[in-house]
Design a protein. Structure first.
Length: 144
């Protein structure tokens, strides 16, 4: 195995569960970093009962963002209503949202993300998660 740093044993176990659900993460740094961030215990606990229904390790934050992002200038009433009626049953703190947006940004350059806002919202152990996730996305952990 490789030497990823985890917050605790629960983080590592959650990561392994997510990798087994999304095996593309064994070969894709985008998916690997998404699994690593999503496995953070404070996040994983929010959606762990629904993860088997997800198409992506980031579907939890995509659904959350779709529900709560402000209306876009060119968005129709019907599209906005449809988007905001998503059935999610959890809430996220500001730091949780920031980690989710970091995951989206590392995955595909998500535009609603500011690194400095994210850093200022995190405690020390979650700043370490951010650092490792960036390393993972840059391909520092190979040989999965």
């Amino acid at each position: 195995m490789y030497n990823l740093r985890f917050i605790d044993g629960e983080h590592k176990l959650n990561y392994e569960r997510l990798q087994s659900l999304f095996p593309i993460s064994f070969h894709s740094p985008e998916y690997q970093s998404a699994c690593y961030i999503s496995a953070t215990p404070m996040l994983y606990d929010k959606f762990k009962h629904e993860i088997h229904n997800y198409n992506s390790p980031l579907q939890w934050i995509l659904m959350y963002q779709n529900k709560f992002l402000p209306r876009e200038d060119n968005e129709s009433d019907e599209s906005y209503d449809e988007r905001t009626q998503l059935g999610i049953d959890f809430d996220l703190t500001y730091s949780m949202k920031q980690l989710g947006c970091l995951a989206l940004n590392l995955f595909n350059g998500y535009k609603h993300f500011n690194l400095m806002d994210c850093l200022s919202s995190l405690d020390d152990k979650h700043v370490d998660v951010l650092k490792v996730a960036i390393d993972v996305r840059l391909g520092a952990y190979k040989g999965l």
